[in-house]
Design a protein around this ligand. Structure first.
Ligand code: GP9
Ligand code: MN
Length: 421
């Protein structure tokens, strides 16, 4: 009820990170493209396999003057995988500790980015080469306020152009361009890639990139599928340029969750050149985040953050202050950004200390810290946040709260049915 909300509001107000005046509104009015980079972990950025860059295009963006690259962002997903990452990115709330929000709480009220931007004149759409019921997206997207959902029905889905869950990334992006160009501007869109998905095997002819040499198929194929995704993104950027959209579009890309699980630690130790201890494994949960803003002098951001922090960062670039939203993220570009990053299980990372399985490590050395109390305060903070976020999600609390300057949407107004033409 409303007393629960008041406590959360107070916490939220006390922890709000105000926008950086240097960047606030720098992308105001621009189109927005989000790209979910399937299973992409940060270790692959600038990684060389036998002298060859695995992701040369993304690596070039790290150095691009108009691109913010966030090298110390961690995924915070749970069992909802891709859908949890979507939820984090668009609501700045934590996913559920068990199960997927997308499946279990799609009837809730949310104040998600597509709905927020609708109030600023935006049209919104999702592009994904899988069928719309997967992860209950066709229901959840109504609660998030998506106007359109271009699912597998809108793509050719030819045999040679699909693999595992759906469209391969290159034909997916190719076929998406005319659909994207047909949208009323300004638009807010999300593209969910698929090719770099476990078990990462490629079809003959789709890649000439070498396999890894660990002898573990999952790890060895990851280099090939990550390279394929990198090429697909480069193709998409080129097509955006050719279509004239590029210069007026902010592009946000994020790794959705880890691709290589702890089952492959032995092979990963060869890849990383060090033993994959629980501490090192926590470090491997970094996912790359890029924000490209045309015409803006950007920087490399080393601050620690989580996926939960991307929404306030992006909305502040768009000139929308998130102060009044009930969210747990903190703007990564704010001088007051909070650098304690919670995982869904209550462990956390921060520049000073890292907690894994409730053990406290020095983040610089990976050594256990003698005085565990150093972790306690941060662990408490994360526990509080997870509890408050869970309250919101489990009790559907946002139905009792309307942020200032926010026009509520009604899920009943949306329907994702393909009509001919
Ligand atoms: C399927 C895609 C992949 O539509 O989202 O799902 P994942 O297994 O990564 O959650
Ligand atoms: Mn995924």
């Amino acid at each position: 009820d409303s007393s629960d909300i008041t406590e959360i509001e107070n916490y939220r107000n006390a922890n709000y990170s105000e926008p950086n005046p240097k960047y606030f509104g720098k992308a105001k009015g621009m189109n927005v493209v989000y790209i979910s980079l399937e299973s992409l972990q940060s270790f692959i950025i600038d990684y060389k396999l036998d002298g060859q860059e695995v992701t040369p295009f993304l690596n070039s963006l790290v150095k691009d003057p108009n691109t913010f690259y966030f090298g110390n962002v961690f995924h915070q997903t749970g069992q909802g995988k891709t859908s949890d990452a979507e939820f984090l990115m668009e609501n700045s709330l934590y996913p559920m500790s068990q199960g997927a929000v997308f499946i279990n709480k799609a009837q809730n009220t949310f104040h998600a980015t597509p709905a927020i931007l609708k109030g600023h004149g935006y049209t919104s759409a999702v592009f994904h080469g899988n069928y719309k019921t997967f992860w209950n997206r066709n229901v959840m997207y109504k609660a998030l306020g998506y106007d359109k959902f271009f699912d597998a029905e809108y793509y050719t889905m030819k045999d040679e152009e699909t693999k595992n869950y759906g469209m391969k990334d290159k034909p997916f992006f190719k076929e998406s361009i005319p659909l994207l160009a047909s949208l009323k501007q300004p638009f807010y869109t999300k593209f969910i890639t698929l090719s770099n998905h476990f078990p990462f095997e490629m079809d003959e002819g789709d890649t000439v990139f070498p396999k890894g040499t660990t002898g573990n198929d999952v790890v060895d194929h990851y280099f090939q599928s990550a390279n394929y995704m990198d090429e697909a993104i480069e193709q998409f950027f080129n097509d955006l340029k050719a279509s004239g959209l590029y210069d007026n579009t902010m592009i946000v890309m994020y790794g959705d969750h880890y691709g290589i699980s702890e089952n492959h630690n032995k092979a990963m130790s060869q890849v990383m050149g060090e033993e994959i201890t629980p501490f090192v494994n926590a470090q491997l949960q970094r996912v790359p985040v890029f924000i490209h803003v045309p015409g803006v002098k950007a920087e490399k951001v080393d601050k620690f953050g989580g996926q939960i922090d991307v929404r306030p960062t992006a909305l502040h670039l768009l000139g929308i202050d998130t102060k009044d939203f009930l969210e747990f993220g903190s703007d990564l570009l704010s001088p007051n950004h909070h650098e304690v990053v919670g995982f869904r299980n209550g462990d956390f990372v921060s520049p000073e200390v890292t907690q894994v399985n409730e053990k406290c490590y020095d983040s610089a050395t990976g050594e256990l810290v003698d005085d565990e109390a150093i972790c306690t305060e941060k662990a408490e903070r994360i526990k509080t946040e997870l509890e408050m976020s869970d309250e919101i999600v489990l009790k559907d609390l946002l139905r009792f709260y309307t942020p200032d300057d926010y026009t509520p949407i009604d899920p009943k107004d949306y329907e994702y049915i393909k009509t001919d033409g």
